[in-house]
Design a protein around this ligand. Sequence first.
Ligand code: CDP
Ligand code: CDP
Length: 227
Amino acid sequence: METYNIAIDGPAGAGKSTIARLVARALGFIYVDTGAMYRAVTWKVLQEDRLPIQESVVADVARGMNIELIPHAEGQHVLVDGVDVTKLIRSTTITNHVSEIAAMGEVRSILVARQKQMAAGKGVVMDGRDIGTKVIPDAEVKIYLTASVSQRAERRFKEMQSSGDDSVTLEQLQQDIKRRDQMDQEREISPLVRAHDALLLDSTLMTVPEVVDTILGLCRDKVRGGE
Ligand code: CDP
Ligand code: CDP
């Protein structure tokens, strides 16, 4: 097997972007954070003060905006129509609205079409909620990465504290994670679900390097098996 794609799905805070970025770096693949694309659309809608949020309006915004994901040592930079929104799209306001927007069918079709194009050349590690089921159903390596709610909240809490952000309590983070998990799992279109052929990886008790090594091992097996 020459080049292949890796799909990583799972609930909020499971470590998907951290792991996907490191796996991509180790393999020389392109990393695509699809959550950042839904966040970028949410940012643009709120920026234009297009509330209350209507699906047709959001779809127009999504259709008309350019989203660029630029590889960077610490992840990727996200540009919307040339404006760097990397930090802005991580705000609590965006986090509070993103799952509502991501549940809209028209918005999903627009972004999924772009994501499919990005994966067409292979050599991509893509993370999100519907990558193994809808965006790259033929991905050669599929992972469903999860961890307990308390562990995921604690990881996020530590991450925020180390960046000097004490605006949210551990309790609030737990509530947000539960709420988003529920919305993402129960929505009608492309809900968060493990693809039948995805490896379930529970990282509650695993370190980042352990998860990365497990996935790289799986990739090696696939490559050998595909020769
Ligand atoms: O990093 P975090 O887990 O907070 O979320 P994210 O990956 O940035 O995704 C933000 C939100 O976008 C998720 O809660 C989902 O509602 C939505 N999303 C989606 O519906 N489909 C994707 N492929 C990626 C994200
Ligand atoms: O992308 P997603 O929302 O799934 O999670 P993330 O933003 O990559 O990870 C959330 C936090 O958990 C980051 O600070 C990671 O370094 C940390 N993490 C961890 O401590 N242990 C793991 N096995 C995976 C992630």
